[in-house]
Design a protein around this ligand. Structure first.
Ligand code: RUB
Length: 320
């Protein structure tokens, strides 16, 4: 139930659900921010157990907004795990606020580190293709452009939600020459491209990358043309539960994102499928750049062990 939960917290949850807040990193940071606000604006009894239950409810509301990006449950688990050692209500409340701040800070510094590391892997005068809108990819490409490594960027429009327009706008505002192409033109331009740089919503323990629908098609065209594919992703986009065989849930969104409602009504026999993400197998990815280093996708398990040990402990104990 949403009773007693601050309106600003519910607003953030709704923002994630409606995609006003989108992109895996932003979603994770927004969830941490929501938990922080929830702790700050808590108005219930000053009782540890009651407060823990309340934070649990907020966590559930946030996690239920969108299913695919693991940055969301990872951010929530990171913040909430601060409750573990709290002896009383006061320390519980301040540890939620403290760990939310830490998540946000570390996330932003990871994005910066990754951009610097990934930019160095792009040779001078390169042409880069990116898909959807990834803040880490935009930041990497911008950094590489400033170092003279990128001369042109192909940005796919990314139907049906057109996140590619956000990418094109941000790149051009950063001074980066950008060419917007329809998704169907990816193979047509691939012969000219030197690198594909994309973000991730979730990285599985076998190195498979879940990202915006169409990413696997981009990777396929890149492999055919022998173009390198770099994934830029913070360690909290790695999914602990995939280690024990869980699949990454793929979000399906409303048909009206694909065709207008009127048209659907006029063509009642037509079914519409709108998967929001797809899976790119590790064989199609040359490297994943994380804040702890550049790894081949097959080494994803090392990132999980180094960074998400706390989550692995929980899995071992059978708690989710
Ligand atoms: C966004 C998307 C992005 C990743 C990474 O999907 O697939 O590539 O989330 O983004 P949606 P970032 O628009 O459906 O949220 O690098 O900003 O975390």
């Amino acid at each position: 139930s949403e009773a007693g939960i601050p309106p600003r917290v519910l607003e953030i949850a709704e923002g994630i659900r409606s995609m006003k807040i989108r992109g895996a990193g932003k979603i994770g940071r927004a969830a941490a921010e929501a938990l922080k606000i929830a702790a700050e604006e808590y108005a219930g009894p000053r009782d540890l157990q009651v407060f823990k239950k309340y934070i649990g409810r907020v966590a559930d509301i946030l996690i239920s907004t969108r299913p695919t990006a693991v940055s969301l449950p990872n951010a929530v688990m990171f913040v909430v795990s601060a409750l573990k050692n709290a002896q009383d209500y006061e320390s519980a409340r301040s540890s939620i606020i403290g760990s939310a701040n830490r998540f946000i800070e570390e996330s932003l510094s990871a994005v910066k580190k990754i951009s610097e590391m990934a930019a160095r892997r792009i040779k001078e005068n390169s042409i880069v293709l990116t898909h959807c809108h990834s803040s880490v990819a935009v930041s990497t490409i911008t950094e590489a452009y400033r170092q003279g490594r990128v001369v042109k960027v192909y940005s796919t429009e990314t139907r049906p939600f057109y996140q590619g327009r956000i990418t094109a706008t941000q790149l051009i505002n950063n001074g980066v020459p950008v060419v917007q192409i329809p998704d169907s033109a990816v193979r047509y331009v691939m012969g000219e491209v030197d690198y594909v740089v994309i973000g991730a919503d979730t990285v599985a323990s076998n190195g498979a990358v879940v990202n915006k629908i169409g990413t696997s098609q981009v990777a396929l065209a890149a492999k055919e043309a022998r173009v390198r594919v770099y994934v830029v992703a913070e360690s909290y986009k790695f999914s602990p539960v995939t280690l024990v065989g869980e699949l990454v849930p793929i979000e399906f969104r409303d048909p009206t994102e694909v065709v207008p409602e009127d048209w659907l009504k006029q063509h009642p026999g037509v079914k519409v499928l709108n998967p929001s993400f797809d899976v790119t197998p590790p064989e199609y990815i040359d490297a994943i750049v994380t804040e702890i280093g550049v790894i081949p996708p097959q080494a994803a398990i090392l990132v999980l062990m180094e960074r998400l040990g706390w989550a692995l402990e929980k899995i071992k104990q059978g708690v989710s």
